[in-house]
Design a protein around this ligand. Structure first.
Ligand code: SAM
Length: 348
């Protein structure tokens, strides 16, 4: 079907479109400029010009899973593995705090070395040293009891991309031991415990069609998350899907703008993958509706080792230590860098 200016205005006013309209919109670049300017208008109406900064600590690249697209999958015997100790994680937080950060995102592969007890110890330790900071976890699929224990220890936010809402696509990207429904159940558990929850997916993942993306948008509508992380799929030579091309910058930006219009209150990161696929990807992401950046706070010696995809952008303004460069980039894009805790602003 043909997309008209009225369709875009309908998305802006009603925050929704039919499947058919969304499909056509995803396939068409004619309205990108209007989409981006409306997304910017909506983001400014909820969050002003703030871009929230979260310090990202990638504390282990060991993973028991074998996602077919991911460079740190268990089956990649060529990966150099590392783990950070609780003391090393805490010293990353100290550095972040010194730089003004008030949110720390602890991400890792699914690494059984970090028992619930050890993770709770790490969370409690960070909270007691930095009571004015928020802790976001992104450590994969766990039992409801484990999620509850982390929450009780002081983690208030959790990022778990659903990856693909369409079962058939999910099953082509993951081994049979993993399931889309299991992942969705985790997200529901996290929400019911009281976490601020982030879901999301890769754009241009191998085998992904535009109809798959409609499934993702509908799933997100049913979940109503606080954060939505999307970024282009990027290849890694040591994975079974290495022959597939990178996802596109253009489609990722269009989706970011659509997400901003459908979920005005959502915290939307301009991801490292976006900054990796194009040198100005992050700035373009902000202009398309993104309002979060997660600079890397991991020790410099391990940054390249957390290589879920190749050529990861983690040496320049990406790193937390280059916050002046980051600030200038954000200001050049027309926004303001904000290092405070930056909670989601849900309508009352
Ligand atoms: N283990 C945690 C989990 O399962 O959520 C967090 C770590 S996992 C590596 C973080 C995210 O990286 C995944 O949710 C996935 O979307 C993304 N990712 C993995 N491989 C990627 C690739 N080749 N290109 C782009 N993103 C990728």
């Amino acid at each position: 079907m043909n997309i008209s200016k009225q369709t875009i205005e309908k998305l802006y006013t009603t925050r929704n479109l039919s499947d058919e309209e969304l499909l056509s919109l995803l396939a068409c670049d004619t309205w990108d400029a209007l989409l981006f300017s409306l997304a910017d208008k909506v983001r400014r109406s909820v969050y002003g010009d703030a871009v929230y900064i979260r310090g990202l600590i990638e504390f282990s690249n060991f993973c028991k899973n074998n996602c077919y697209y991911c460079g740190i999958r268990a089956g990649n015997t060529g990966a150099t593995r590392y783990r950070l100790s609780p003391e090393e994680i805490l010293s990353c937080c100290k550095e972040g705090y010194r730089l003004g950060m008030r949110t720390f995102v602890l991400q890792s592969g699914e690494d059984p070395f970090y028992s619930d007890e050890l993770l709770c110890h790490i969370i409690t330790n960070i909270k007691s040293n930095f009571p004015d900071c928020a802790i976001t976890l992104s450590v994969g699929e766990k039992s409801r009891e484990s999620y509850q224990a982390y929450f009780d220890a002081g983690a208030a936010r959790y990022l778990l991309r659903h990856e693909a809402a369409a079962d058939a696509l999910y099953n082509r990207l993951h081994p049979a031991s993993m399931s889309a429904s299991g992942r969705r159940q985790c997200l529901k558990d996290l929400k019911s415990i009281g976490y601020q929850v982030g879901a999301g997916f890769m754009v241009g993942a191998p085998f992904q069609t535009l109809s798959d993306l409609i499934h993702d948008l509908r799933f997100l509508q049913s979940l109503d998350p606080d954060m939505i992380g999307i970024g282009p799929y990027l290849t890694h030579s040591q994975t079974p899907l290495h022959m597939h091309e990178n996802g596109s910058l253009a489609l990722t930006l269009r989706l970011l703008a659509i997400l901003r219009l459908m979920f005005p209150h959502a915290l939307l990161p301009a991801t490292t993958a976006l900054a990796t696929v194009a040198p100005d990807g992050r700035e373009k992401g902000l202009k398309a509706g993104a309002n979060v950046i997660m600079p890397n706070l991991s020790p410099v010696s391990v940054r390249q080792l957390y290589d879920i995809y190749e050529n990861k952008n983690c040496t320049g303004a990406e790193s937390a230590q280059c916050s002046d460069i980051l600030r200038i980039q954000i200001e050049k894009a027309g926004y303001r860098m904000v290092t405070d805790i930056g909670n989601v602003k849900r309508p009352l």
